[in-house]
Design a protein around this ligand. Structure first.
Ligand code: NAD
Length: 485
């Protein structure tokens, strides 16, 4: 990695940029070039304590600030994010590697969360029953929970933090965010713009770092709730540790999403959707399509068309015109992906397209081309584990029932898609597939901000999902009032 002008990032505490109390840091490379963009401090418990203390003090006034006044700051924030759309998307592409178009779309998904959160006055409403008995009434009132800890992954530096802090803050909480140490830069810009929108100091704080920051949040007595998004083992750890410390936790985890293609599907449209879902964001999406289950005679023409379209994909720096497939996040991740490809070959899958053979593979950035395996089965490592890279596995099945059985064998249950023209297939799929976010003739069925992001099985730990009414429930607690007059 070359290090030109590396800037050591600061934490954002109580409305000020403060140096982390640590001498440990990590370089943040641009995955497309290897050039260092910044240095991220690996903060300590002391930094977390300072941020939580500031958030705790801010909570006293912020939680009592009338909700329409809080919402007005969210409206202003939305406006600023829209004004800085290109700048934010460029930052995402630089630190994450995804194409500018993808990054632009990610900014949109982030802005949508802010728009949803700006509806806080309506979202916060309680419920009343005026006559539970003679002269007696009962009502439910909502209140914020306190200081929320948010821990986020590298793959959506804007959208995932925006699943958390805008809504949490709009309903009256204060927030300490620990962004991924692999993509920490954008978060600081999000904080600056929020402050410019009029957010009082201490309401939103950022502590950069890794495990120590996470553990300090999980153990902190003044943090009653944790929102986590990341890989499955860490999600499970965060859920169990947070819950054993008496916190409410929502932990969104890894995935292995299956797309079932029926013989009656519109093949060109299915291929377009699958290519975008498998290779968009270099496969580094929790809603990526990593397995296609081809039913019956569709397998051969589908494979042929997928191969053809994969060959047309332009690989490169996401800021260059026409690039669709950027690098994966780190050199180690590229090597890990190459190891998965080897394991697929060793376990007998047929390597139809080998991303290690694309010219970019040997360049400075962490590039790996679109890869396709055929004849994959559930005993193989490439089927079982989340690779999180542009590697697509094809499993063959004879019937829809058999295809759903294969998908349901997975330990994960984030998303699943069906490509068909037949309504009864759709119904059978909806009723029998064990996944929480379904798509029909659509590749990435990620719900919008006003619906919950509803992973099942090992793709989610907790009860209330991120976003939508679930998010409102997660970030509020209730009081029931029973009164006689
Ligand atoms: P990751 O689990 O490595 O990191 C996520 C966060 O946890 C980071 O902030 C990291 O610093 C922290 N962390 C990592 N290891 C830790 C440990 N041992 N102890 C304490 N904290 C730790 O995940 P990632 O590689 O950044 O992100 C990719 C993963 O996130 C994929 O598995 C993807 O499917 C998942 N993801 C899921 C969703 C969803 O909605 N289900 C959305 C986006 C990403």
């Amino acid at each position: 990695m070359t290090t030109t002008s590396t800037k050591l990032l600061k934490n954002y505490i109580n409305g000020k940029w403060v140096e982390a109390k640590t001498d440990k840091s990590q370089l943040v490379p641009n995955p497309a070039t290897g050039e260092a963009l910044a240095e991220v401090p690996i903060s300590t418990k002391e930094d977390v304590d300072e941020a939580v203390a500031s958030a705790k003090i801010a909570f006293k006034t912020w939680s009592k600030t009338p909700v329409p006044k809080r919402a007005r700051i969210l409206f202003k924030y939305q406006q600023l994010l829209v004004e800085h759309w290109n700048e934010l998307a460029t930052l995402i592409t630089k630190e994450n590697g995804k194409s500018f178009n993808e990054a632009y779309g990610e900014v949109q998904r982030g802005i949508e969360c802010v728009e949803f959160a700006a509806g806080a006055p309506t979202l916060m409403m309680g419920r009343q029953l005026p006559d539970i008995a003679t002269d007696m009434e009962s009502g439910m009132y909502r209140y914020p929970v306190g200081v929320i800890g948010g821990i986020t992954p590298f793959n959506f530096p804007m959208m995932v933090p925006c699943w958390m802090f805008p809504l949490a803050i709009a309903v009256g909480n204060t927030f300490v965010l620990k962004p991924s140490e692999r993509t920490p830069i954008l978060a600081n810009r999000l904080a600056e713009l929020f402050s410019e929108a009029g957010l009082p100091d201490g309401v939103f704080n950022i502590v950069h770092g890794a495990h120590d920051v996470v553990n300090s949040l999980l153990e902190h007595k003044d943090v009653p709730a944790i929102s986590f998004v990341g890989s499955q083992p860490v999600a499970e750890y965060v859920y169990k540790t947070g819950a054993s410390n008496g916190k409410r936790v929502q932990a969104l985890a890894g995935a292995k999403n299956h797309s079932i293609v029926m013989p009656d599907a519109d093949l060109d449209s299915a291929v377009k959707e699958i290519i975008a879902a498998s290779y968009g964001s270099a496969g580094e999406r929790c809603m990526a399509c990593s397995v296609v289950v081809a039913v019956g005679k569709v397998a051969e023409p589908l494979l042929e068309k997928l191969q053809e379209k994969a060959d047309e994909i332009k690989i490169g720096n996401g800021l260059e015109e026409g690039v669709f497939l950027g690098p994966v996040i780190r050199q180690e991740h590229k090597e890990r992906t190459a190891n998965y490809i080897e394991s697929g070959e060793q376990q007998g899958a047929i390597l139809v397209r080998d991303g290690r053979k694309d010219a970019k593979f040997t360049e400075d950035g962490y590039f790996i081309g679109p890869t396709i395996f055929d004849q994959v089965n559930p005993s193989m490592k490439i089927w079982k584990e989340e690779i999180f890279a542009p590697v697509l596995s094809i499993v063959r099945a004879n019937t829809l029932e058999e295809a759903i059985e294969v998908a349901n064998e997975s330990d994960f249950g984030n998303g699943a898609c069906l490509f068909t023209q037949n309504g009864s297939h759709v119904r059978y799929f909806r009723e029998n597939i064990e996944a929480g976010m379904l798509g029909v003739n659509i590749g990435v069925p990620a719900p919008m901000a006003f619906f919950p992001f509803s992973g099942w099985k090992n793709s989610f730990y907790g009860d209330l999902h991120a976003n939508g009414q679930d998010g409102v429930e997660f970030y509020t607690k209730r009081k029931m009032l029973t009164a006689r007059w």
